[in-house]
Design a binder for this molecule. Structure first.
Ligand SMILES: *Cc1c(COP(=O)(O)O)cnc(C)c1O
Ligand SMILES: [Zn+2]
Length: 488
């Protein structure tokens, strides 16, 4: 393959790969003309591998960097989002298969100096993945999964397809959005834990016209129901068991690398862990860039979990060599989108963490644990400094503080915090903090100094007694008194 021809023309890349599912348990490989989620022979999870990947190494790292940098300016829809990195993404889909709804290329916003000062001058930035179309990073994976589904339906001349997912809220919002856009025989059903998603997250699939089904319990209960459906019926599973979603989420790593001009020395990436798909994807993405010589070294990667849903932290806090994984029973968490006790992608995390540590030494991958209190206050603190972080982004900020306390990171390193969703999805928790209405199970005691409420200026009874002119003057005078304004 030649890269120059891509560079000189805005044409769609001509490289095509040969992708296979590859089982992390038994190593068995399966062709992609069938949808697979777990290995038919051993039940473990899959990764997707391009058997042509070796040939990509014939292109120099510098040429890849040039290519991706030039593509960053494209006006061709299929290459505007995660498929800017087409050759590393799913190079089996054709331009017409690719769905782009504005996902990807989310901004990395340097933290306000005042916020950084509160962390001892820490260099830090938020990557606002809440600025994706359905307001979370899940769109990255969904864009890839739906592009592949379209390619598959085209090849197999399928007329219709039912896509299902269990969700802590954002997966269903993303799945419903992409299904609504793509149409053409794809419809979506989302299965949610009753009362365990925020009203905003519930509104999203409803608004997109998905069938929304509620199951009592927590996410882990819903996941089992959906797995039963996927094992026994003809449905496409859109949870992160679906390896195409993991693939799409690798774009986060590619974008971080590109933003820092492909030089990640001194960069530490903080990622909240729930079902562990996102951190898997991010590790995989950086490792791919290393293999191709696009970057010399991956950033250091920190997973973050709260003490109410921390199975991955528990695993890595055991001494190396004698670690045992055990699911945990989750307790209510403000990092609700990550409130998962038995992460589906845990074997994938172990796979990539081992690779990172082998190649780049201890400290290449670490997990820190934070409290619920630290998590919600992380979000409030970020947003009081001009950011738009969700509770999981707050968890990352809390994780950074923890890493500083533990001496795992220096102020001269740059922390990139994954604000995985937009704050507006999680304002219910902000309200509970401000109103001091958290149920005791959360274990959160609000600091009244942080509470913020709207203040009435004048009552409607007072208003009724005044002429419109007098009302304006009176309301303004009350505001003058409240703010202590001086006349000019
Ligand atoms: C899904 C989600 C997470 C957890 O990501 P995993 O891939 O499940 O580990 C974190 N934050 C938000 C906002 C999410 O939607
Ligand atoms: Zn297997």
């Amino acid at each position: 393959m030649t890269v120059r021809s891509h560079v000189s023309s805005p044409d769609f890349p001509d490289y095509r790969g040969t992708m296979e599912y590859f089982c992390l348990g038994c190593g068995q490989r399966y062709p992609i003309d069938q949808l697979h989620y777990t290995c038919p022979s051993c039940g473990d999870v899959f990764l997707l591998e391009d058997t042509g990947f070796e040939s990509l190494k014939n292109v120099s790292g510098a040429a890849w960097r040039d290519l991706f940098d030039i593509r960053a300016a494209t006006k061709s829809d299929p290459l505007r989002g995660i498929f800017r990195f087409y050759e590393l993404m799913a190079p089996v889909v054709e331009p017409d298969d690719i769905v782009w709804l504005g996902e990807g290329n989310t901004p990395i916003v340097t933290s306000s100096p005042a916020l950084s000062a509160q962390l001892g001058g820490q260099r830090m930035a938020f990557k606002n993945d809440g600025q994706n179309p359905s307001a979370s990073f899940k769109d990255r994976g969904m864009a890839c999964a739906f592009s592949f589904l379209r390619a598959l339906m085209r090849k197999k001349e399928m007329k219709s397809l039912l896509a299902v997912c269990a969700s802590t809220g954002d997966t269903s919002a993303a799945a419903a959005l992409y299904a609504a856009y793509v149409g053409g025989g794809i419809s979506s059903v989302v299965i949610l834990p009753e009362g365990k998603v925020t009203p905003q997250q519930l509104a999203q699939p409803l608004g997109s016209g998905a069938t929304v089904l509620e199951v009592p319990g927590v996410f882990d209960d819903c996941m089992k129901v959906v797995e039963h459906l996927a094992d026994n019926y003809d449905v496409a599973l859109l949870n992160s068991k679906n390896a195409w979603r993991i693939l799409g989420q690798e774009s986060y790593a590619f974008e971080v690398a590109q933003w820092y001009d492909w030089d990640l020395a001194g960069i530490c990436v903080f990622v909240p862990i729930g079902n562990a798909g996102n951190i898997t994807a991010i590790m995989s993405g950086f490792l791919k860039l290393c293999e191709l010589g696009v970057i010399a070294k991956p950033p250091r990667i920190f997973g973050v979990q709260t003490h109410h849903a921390d199975p991955v932290w528990r695993y890595y806090s055991q001494p190396e060599g004698s670690r045992v994984f055990a699911p945990v029973k989750v307790q209510p968490s403000v990092a609700q989108a990550a409130m998962i006790g038995d992460p589906v992608s845990f074997p994938r995390v172990r796979h990539f963490a081992d690779k990172l540590e082998k190649a780049y030494g201890p400290g290449a991958f670490q997990v820190v644990q934070v409290t619920e209190q630290e998590t919600i206050e992380g979000m409030l603190l970020a947003n009081r400094h001009g950011h738009i972080s969700c509770t999981q982004g707050g968890e990352c900020l809390a994780g950074l503080k923890k890493a500083r306390e533990l001496g795992l990171i220096g102020a001269d390193e740059t922390a990139v915090l994954d604000a995985t969703a937009h704050m507006l999805k999680f304002i219910g928790f902000q309200e509970m903090y401000f109103e001091n209405s958290f149920p005791p199970e959360f274990g959160i005691t609000p600091d009244p100094a942080l509470a913020n409420r709207p203040e009435p200026v004048i009552t409607s009874a007072e208003k009724a007694d005044l002429t419109p002119e007098a009302f304006t003057v009176k309301a303004a005078e009350n505001i003058v008194a409240r703010l202590g304004l001086a006349r000019k």
